[in-house]
Structures are given as C-alpha cells and as structure tokens.
Write a protein that binds this ligand. Structure first.
Ligand code: FE2
Length: 178
C-alpha cells in the first residue's frame, strides 16, 4: 500500500524549495537509478524512489562573498542529517506511514558518510541502494547539482516514475495472491 506518491512529495513547496537548491535534475535521476537498483535487489521501490528523490534536500548554501565556498562546505556540511529530518517531517505531514518515514529518513541519513568520523558502516539494502543511486548520477566537481531541467519535463518524469512504482507494487501484490 502506498500512502504518499512521488508526485505528492515533489509538488510540495518545501520539496520544491530544497530540491531546487541541490538540483531537481539530480534528484529525479537518482530516483530513477534507485528504482532500477531496487528492482534488481528486491527492495521496496516505493521507499527507494522517495528516499532517492529527497536524499539531498538537507543542503545548505555555503557562500562567502557571493561565491560557493567548497572549503566551508567540506568542513561544515551535515546535509544528510538535515535532509533526513526535513524529509521525515515532510513525509509525515503528507500522510506517510511512520514506519516508512523512518526507513526513508535513515536511508537519507546514511547515503553518505562524509560527515561521520571514520567508521565501518553496514548499510541495509535500502540504505545501500540510495548511496549507489546517488553515485550513479555523480559528475566530477559536483556538476550534477547544477544540471538543469525544465519544470514541466521534471513533473512529467516524476509522474512516469510514479506509474512504474505503482505497477510494480501492484505486480508484487498479485504475485502474493497467486
Ligand atoms: Fe546527491
């Protein structure tokens, strides 16, 4: 059962504000990668695509003197923590099941370890998929954050992914019955 669709999430003003900051094209591409990887690894496509779409909504703008300050970003960034919290709040507000909201928030929290002290993370499959999906769309120099996409095309792609997710969940439901 699906409580919240990708489209519900995508059109919300909070998602729009923060997705535009870190790159709508990157968020959507990551969600498509997550769909493909979730199918391959038998992970829930609903959770994977929503976590991927929202994985970077915690970014802060590190500017000094009107220019992006990469050093400041590297030293102070906690976008995974902030994103996990933001995504959780948004999903709960939209009516997501609390268990799903927690799984998605955790996958966002662990999609990178750049802010953590050195440690060996053992990610669960959903968490591992979000990291892989993000990396699959990465471009040198962080250029994936600046790729542009037309608003109408972005919404169309999100709706198409919603259809794919809906069909997959329906298929899984039928497989269980038969
Ligand atoms: Fe990312």
């Amino acid at each position: 059962m699906r409580y919240v669709t990708l489209t519900d999430v995508f059109v919300h003003p909070i998602a729009q504000k923060y997705l535009k900051r870190s790159g709508v094209a990157h968020a959507i591409a990551t969600a498509y990668h997550a769909y493909r990887l979730a199918l391959k690894h038998g992970v829930n496509v609903d959770l994977a695509t929503k976590a991927a779409l929202l994985h970077d909504i915690g970014h802060y703008e590190w500017y000094s003197n009107g220019k992006w300050d990469y050093e400041q970003y590297k030293q102070n960034d906690i976008h995974a923590i902030k994103g996990a919290e933001r995504a959780h709040k948004l999903l709960i507000r939209l009516g997501e099941h609390p268990q799903n909201a927690k799984e998605i928030a955790l996958a966002i929290l662990l999609h990178t370890d750049s802010y953590l002290p050195e440690c060996e993370l053992k990610r669960k499959p959903l968490q591992a998929i979000i990291k892989l999906a993000d990396e699959a769309d990465e471009e040198p120099g962080g250029r994936h954050h600046y790729r542009k996409i037309d608003d109408a095309l972005a919404l169309k792609k999100v709706k198409q992914l919603d259809e794919l997710v809906g069909k997959q969940l329906e298929q899984e439901r039928l497989d269980e019955i038969i």
